[in-house]
Design a protein around this ligand. Structure first.
Ligand SMILES: [Zn+2]
Length: 721
């Protein structure tokens, strides 16, 4: 049944080895031996080779013969793509050429007036913000696009299997070049506006940027397929971060025109560490509903001439595979002189993935919870609550209204940044709380908010903010009416897709009226349980987060907890119980909605507060009822559950994220992980593919129990039904 699948629809394991800074050094290699080593020592089946080297090698020059394009120094007598591809194919390795599409030297730009991206105040983006310290960037709507398409076609003529475009990127505050001005005027009948979040035309401009990038990719794909009907093309689709709108990335728009959705999940030293970096990126990409690749730099953070410690590689590979996505690694060849064993963690894992390929194909997630990651919210969410921008904390007052000499002017960029940070924490908070509670969930995109898609879930979660299209709000309403559950918090569902206030979901959630915000203070504020709720006894005091709405509940709701009156100083005496609910539970149609007026995802991510984490996971459990799978295991176990319909089996991926530190030195093994499955029939056979020989299983009180004796890093448990 897999014979009809194209190669990119089956599991792919990608590697890119650069000969930077001297790319021409590849000429000295024995190409047959090299391709064989990629296959045997790295166990990959797809290799990226450089077609245009980017900022270290000229930007516009090629490593292969391309009519009308200039060759890179050192490649005058060596056509890299045409020379290497036959060897790669001999060892069943597909070849993708990397084409730089975002960095060009200034002299090249000067020879091509009108190609550069121009900022809002008319300057060349690359002169104001030199790329990598030196160089500029071109516009997808300018005549450069024909030059780019021509280059792609020349690359495809060499016999490679596809191309990866590194860029183009529509940079922040771009593009206002004459081509864009003209195109925008034609489409919208107006000039490109300045940043003003109350001006609908500004939002049209943001969409115009995304559509321009998608339009470029769509035309590029057509041109590639003219040369090679099965030619693969893709670019960096962007990840889940709410800042993606700044560079006009939206996988929903570019996805239809590329073979893979790919995004970066690089490890960085010293910054905050998201233990689920690869898992979260993978699950986000999986939501795009097409083959996906998680890009994991093998380079050791900013120490590019060395590679990551093996523990980081193993963690990322396990999470990438568990998410149902493909791995990709990049390194610099010279690193192998100091670290000749760099291939080992990749070889070991990739050989397992190859061996068990049949368990990875056509695996459909069985998650019963959908968590919305909304790109239109990322782009257009800007809270209309003025008090949100007035933060009182340890005596420090910040007000993001700048007092100009004659007028009070809103600092839009600062406000937008604050809302973006809030959303960023909300995604991380919910993702962590659900993963750590072993609640299987899918990430949903805006395009999934339709009745047909929603109906396969028991519970839909809207994180601390969500801007919804009218049709999406109607679909959510119908979903709950028909028996679905909704969990929402803070400002989720209070805005339309353009960011204007709406009341469409208030009826579902059971909100009568929003009275504004409690003063924003992190610390010394609480909620009080007035009726037993989520396992907390009557009278319990529980920590609350910084951002909390004062909301009046509708009459037909339950409000088992209320906020205390606000306290603005630490150690001040507690005040009485306010009239404002800390949770609203509302039966609506055949379903139920639960609502926290608090930015609870943000609160959990920013503080790690256990009560916030528990409130999220317990509420989802209460709404969901018995789950298809539960685990008795430490919270650091993550699990994904899939079904292979045609083969009638259930596949469970288990990842042990219990590590000593970041970067990972050591995994601390788990023992006796117990999985409890609620299935309609008893499995015929249960087995582990990787780490365990024997699994004990039994049926107890109608549920199917599996004992996994040990989990070091990664295992796949199979249930033949
Ligand atoms: Zn432009």
């Amino acid at each position: 049944m897999d014979a009809n699948k194209k190669w990119w629809e089956k599991p792919v394991r990608m590697l890119r080895v650069d000969y930077a800074p001297n790319f021409a050094a590849i000429k000295e290699e024995d190409l047959d031996a090299l391709a064989r080593s990629r296959r045997e020592d790295w166990q990959i089946n797809c290799e990226w080779i450089v077609g245009t080297p980017g900022f270290t090698g000229g930007g516009y020059c090629t490593t292969f013969k391309a009519t009308g394009y200039e060759l890179c120094t050192g490649f005058e007598n060596f056509d890299y793509l045409r020379s290497y591809t036959p060897y790669a194919h001999k060892y069943s390795i597909k070849v993708i050429a990397y084409l730089n599409m975002h960095w060009y030297p200034y002299e090249f730009a000067e020879a091509h007036p009108g190609w550069e991206q121009i900022t809002g105040n008319g300057q060349s983006y690359g002169r104001v913000n030199p790329l990598y310290g030196n160089g500029t960037t071109f516009c997808v709507n300018s005549p450069w696009r024909e030059w780019a398409f021509g280059l792609m076609q020349e690359a495809m003529k060499t016999g490679i299997d596809g191309i990866f475009l590194d860029g183009p990127v529509i940079f922040p505050d771009c593009c206002c070049c004459s081509s864009c001005q003209q195109k925008f005027q034609m489409q919208y009948g107006q000039a490109i506006p300045e940043e003003d979040w109350m001006n609908p035309i500004w939002k049209s401009f943001l969409e115009f940027r995304e559509d321009s990038l998608a339009g470029f990719l769509s035309d590029a794909q057509k041109r590639v397929q003219e040369i090679s009907p099965d030619g693969v093309i893709f670019l960096n689709a962007g990840s889940w971060g709410p800042g993606g709108w700044r560079i006009a990335r939206d996988i929903q728009k570019t996805g239809p025109f590329q073979n893979f959705n790919g995004a970066e999940a690089f490890f960085h030293y010293g910054k905050y560490q998201n233990i689920y970096g690869a898992l979260m990126t993978g699950k986000y990409l999986r939501a795009g509903n097409k083959p996906a690749v998680v890009f994991t730099h093998y380079m050791n953070g900013k120490w590019h001439y060395l590679n990551l410690p093996p523990g980081e590689v193993k963690l990322a590979l396990a999470q990438t595979a568990a998410a149902g996505t493909n791995p990709w690694w990049a390194l610099i060849n010279s690193s192998l002189a100091s670290q000749p064993q760099s291939n080992e963690p990749i070889r070991d894992m990739c050989s397992l993935l190859e061996k068990h390929e049949e368990y990875l194909i056509d695996a459909e997630s069985q998650a019963e919870v959908g968590l919305l990651f909304s790109t239109q919210t990322n782009r257009n969410y800007l809270s209309r609550i003025e008090a949100l921008y007035e933060i009182t904390e340890s005596g420090k007052e910040e007000n993001l209204i700048v007092n100009m000499e004659t007028e009070r002017k809103v600092d839009w960029p600062a406000r937008k940044k604050q809302c973006e940070e809030l959303l960023h924490s909300a995604y991380l908070g919910y993702f962590h709380a659900l993963t750590r509670a072993h609640i299987p969930f899918d990430i949903l995109l805006d395009q999934d908010l339709i009745t047909e898609r929603l109906s396969r879930y028991k519970t839909l979660i809207l994180v601390d903010a969500a801007c919804l299209k009218e049709a999406a709000a109607a679909a959510i309403k119908e979903f709950v009416q028909q028996g679905g559950n909704l969990l929402a918090s803070f400002e989720a569902g209070l805005y339309d897709d353009q960011g204007d206030p709406i009341t469409a979901l208030q009826e579902v959630i059971g909100i009568d009226k929003v009275d504004g915000l409690f003063p924003v203070t992190m610390g010394e504020n609480y909620l009080h349980i007035n009726n037993g709720h989520l396992g907390y006894g009557q009278g319990s005091l529980i920590e609350r987060g910084a951002y909390v709405l004062r909301v009046q509940a509708a009459n037909d709701t339950e409000t088992p907890a209320r906020y205390l009156e606000p306290i603005d100083k630490v150690y001040s005496p507690l005040k009485g119980i306010s009239s404002y609910p800390a949770v609203i539970i509302h039966k609506y149609g055949l379903g139920k909605a639960a609502y926290f007026p608090e930015a609870i995802g943000h609160f959990f991510w920013e503080t790690g507060m256990i009560s916030a984490e528990d409130r999220i996971s317990r509420m989802v459990r209460e709404l969901n009822g018995p789950s298809i799978i539960e685990a008795e295991a430490p919270k650091t176990l993550s699990l994904e559950i899939y079904k292979q319909r045609k083969r009638n089996r259930i596949i469970i991926h288990l990842v042990n994220n219990t590590v000593d530190s970041r970067p990972v030195n050591q995994f601390l093994p788990l023992s006796e992980v117990r999985l409890i499955l609620n299935l309609s029939e008893k499995p015929r056979k249960v087995y582990s593919l990787i780490e365990n020989n024997d699994l004990e299983s039994c049926t107890k009180e109608g549920a199917f129990h599996i004992k996994v004796p040990r989990l070091s890093i990664y295992d796949i448990i199979v249930l033949d039904m």
